[in-house]
Ligand binder design. Structure first.
Ligand SMILES: [Zn+2]
Length: 207
């Protein structure tokens, strides 16, 4: 799924916590909401180095989130809650990736059996393909489904941020396949010697 879908899922998670525990910092402060959005984005910072493995921890992020939530209950400060929500959103992201497509560069072909790596199990979790690939129409639908309640609940800068994330998702969904077609054309045009020097992960699927 798109990084923005994950970020919006994190925002909704924080808003739910704020709705269930209105006296908590999530009910009054934007810090936990921002932390959850960042936590939702965070795992995908491994895009260029061991994607869906280096910073994706479906099990360990979940354990860390539960521990951080316990600390946030014992010491209810905005910072403690922000840390717990960051970890919970990162755990949610890692788990959600198992419901998406595989790791290949043309994931709509459905050839990869690697969705997300579980360090706890020391193996790749296979893709469920409920969302076939990042930027698929159903991925955009999920992003909008998370975005709408967030837009309703938030205002000001936070609301603008959510609208921007939904807009970026829409643009990405439109460009997702054309971008690959352009990349394919570029790789096709590259002299073999130059192509050999590029990281295999980015061009293997195009050869
Ligand atoms: Zn991811």
């Amino acid at each position: 799924m798109m990084a923005t879908t994950h970020a919006l899922a994190g925002v909704v998670l924080a808003l739910l916590v704020g709705a269930i525990f209105p006296e908590s910092a999530a009910g009054s402060s934007l810090l936990p909401v921002a932390a959850a959005a960042l936590g939702g984005l965070f795992p995908d910072f491994d895009l260029y180095a061991g994607h869906r493995k280096t910073l994706h921890f479906p099990v360990y992020f979940s354990i860390a989130a539960v521990a951080a939530a316990a600390i946030a209950v014992a010491v209810p400060t905005p910072l403690a809650l922000a840390a717990a929500l960051f970890l919970a959103a990162a755990a949610l992201h890692s788990a959600m990736d198992a419901l998406g497509g595989g790791l290949e560069l043309k994931p709509w072909l459905g050839t990869s059996e690697r969705a997300v790596y579980s360090h706890y199990h020391s193996r790749w979790i296979p893709p469920r393909r409920w969302v076939r690939y990042d930027g698929a129409p159903e991925d955009l639908a999920v992003a909008v489904a998370f975005g709408l309640p967030a837009i309703y609940a938030l205002d000001g800068l936070a609301e603008t941020g959510v609208i921007a994330a939904v807009a970026v998702s829409a643009v990405y969904a439109v460009l997702r396949k054309p971008m690959v077609i352009v990349t394919q054309a570029v790789v096709d045009a590259l002299p073999t010697r130059l192509a050999d020097r590029l990281p295999a992960r980015f061009i293997d699927d195009f050869r």
